[in-house]
Design a protein around this ligand. Structure first.
Ligand code: 13P
Ligand code: SF4
Length: 350
C-alpha cells in the first residue's frame, strides 16, 4: 500500500496513543489489519470492545452492526467510529424492525409466540437485537450458536432464528440433531411469512429468510471441483454457507475456528477454505508450508468489509488528531437497553 498513507496512519495512531483503540475483523484488508490493536471474529471483537474503558475512541474496522454492538457494550463516554459509513452488511439489512414485529404478530396469531424464543445472529441491526432482548432471547455468533440454541430450548419450545437461515439450519441440523423438517423458512416478503399456522406450530426452528451474499456463492460444485483438483484436500467452511456445502465439507467453523485449525494443521497438508477472501489470502501467506486455497474459482471479497481501506482509516485517525470525531455510531438509549440485555445473555452463555 501507499508508503505515504502507511506513514500517516502510523503518525496519527502514535499521536493519539491510548486515546484510541482500533478493532479489526478478520475480513478486513491487510493494509487495515496492520493497524488494529486487536483482531478477531465478531464474538471476540464484541468482548474486546469493552476491554479498554480508558480509550476515548473505538475505531471499528468492520461493518455497521459490529460498530453498533461496540457502542452498546462500551461506556457512554466512549465514542465508536466507523471509518466508512457505507460499510453495512446485506444480511443484516434483510431483517428490518417492522418486518420482525410483523413476524411476531404472525407467531402470536398462530398461538406460539409465548413458547418461542428469538435468537439473533450478531449480524443484525441494533433494532433487531433490541427486539430479541425485549422478548427474552439472546444474540449468538458463529462461534457460539450451538450454546445459544441449547440455552433457548431450555427457555421455550421453539426458536425464531434471525436473520441468517444458514447458520440457524446448519447449527440445528449438524450440531443439535434436528431434522431439516423441524425447520421452516419465514419469508418476510410474503403474507404470514409464506407459512400456514399449522406449519408454524409443527416447526422447532423458524428460520428467517436471510443469507450472506459472500458465503452464499459457494456451492456443492465448488466443493466437488476442489476435491477433484486437489486430492486429499480438507474442506473447511464457515457456517454461513448453504446447508449442502456444509454437509459436504470436512470441517465447519467461525473465522476464529478456521484460523486455529490452520495453526494446528500439519505441514504439507492441503486446505480449501470457504470464507471471505481477505482472510483466506492472509492465511495462505501466513502458512507457506501448507497448501491453502480459496474454495471457489471465482474471487469473492465482502464488498462492504472492503470499504474500510487505508485512506478511510487515515482520514478517521487524522480527524481525531485534529479534534473532530467523524462517523460516530450511536444507538439510542431505549434500543441500547434491550439490545444490551440480549448481548449480555450471549456473553453469559456457558
Ligand atoms: P464471524 O466473525 O463470527 O466468523 O462471522 C463472519 C461474518 O460474516 C462477519 O460478518
Ligand atoms: Fe455481512 Fe456476509 Fe459481509 Fe459478513 S461477509 S459482513 S455476513 S455480507
Amino acid at each position: 500500500s501507499d508508503p505515504n498513507l502507511v506513514e500517516r496512519a502510523r503518525a496519527a495512531k502514535a499521536a493519539l496513543g491510548d486515546r484510541v483503540f482500533i478493532l479489526g475483523h478478520h475480513y478486513q484488508r491487510d493494509e487495515v489489519i496492520e493497524f488494529a490493536d486487536v483482531t478477531g471474529d465478531s464474538f471476540k471483537l464484541a468482548r474486546d470492545a469493552a476491554a479498554r474503558p480508558e480509550a476515548e475512541y473505538i475505531v471499528f474496522c468492520g461493518v455497521h452492526f459490529m460498530a453498533e454492538s461496540a457502542d452498546i457494550l462500551t461506556t457512554d463516554a466512549q465514542q465508536v467510529v466507523l471509518p466508512d459509513l457505507a460499510a453495512g452488511c446485506s444480511m443484516a439489512d434483510m431483517a428490518t424492525a417492522e418486518q420482525v414485529a410483523e413476524c411476531w404478530d404472525v407467531l402470536t396469531d398462530a398461538g406460539i409466540a409465548d413458547v418461542t424464543v428469538p435468537v439473533s445472529y450478531m449480524n443484525s441491526s441494533a433494532d433487531i437485537k433490541a427486539f430479541t432482548g425485549k422478548h427474552g432471547g439472546t444474540i449468538c455468533t458463529s462461534s457460539n450458536a450451538k450454546r445459544a440454541l441449547e440455552w433457548a430450548f431450555e427457555q421455550g419450545q421453539k426458536v425464531l432464528f434471525l436473520p441468517d437461515q444458514h447458520l440457524g439450519r446448519n447449527t440445528a441440523v449438524r450440531e443439535m440433531g434436528f431434522s431439516l423438517d423441524d425447520c421452516v423458512l419465514y419469508n418476510p416478503h410474503k403474507p404470514n411469512g409464506g407459512l400456514t399456522a399449522e406449519q408454524l406450530r409443527d416447526a422447532k426452528m423458524i428460520l428467517w429468510r436471510g443469507h450472506c451474499s459472500v458465503h452464499g456463492r459457494f456451492s456443492l460444485d465448488s466443493v466437488n471441483d476442489v476435491r477433484e483438483r486437489i486430492p486429499g484436500v480438507t474442506v473447511l467452511v464457515h457456517p454461513e454457507c448453504k446447508h449442502e456445502v456444509v454437509a459436504a465439507a470436512d470441517m465447519v467453523g467461525s473465522t476464529e475456528y478456521i484460523i486455529k485449525a490452520l495453526d494446528a494443521a500439519e505441514p504439507g497438508s492441503k486446505w480449501a477454505i470457504g470464507t471471505e477472501l481477505n482472510l483466506v489470502r492472509r492465511l495462505a501467506k501466513a502458512h507457506p508450508d501448507k497448501e491453502i486455497v480459496f474454495l471457489d474459482r471465482a474471487v469473492c471479497f465482502c464488498s462492504t468489509m472492503n470499504r474500510i481501506d487505508l485512506p478511510h482509516l487515515v482520514w478517521a485517525l487524522e480527524s481525531l488528531v485534529e479534534g473532530r470525531v467523524p462517523n460516530v455510531i450511536t444507538v439510542d438509549p431505549e434500543t441500547e437497553k434491550y439490545a444490551k440485555a440480549a448481548l449480555d445473555r450471549m456473553l453469559a452463555l456457558p
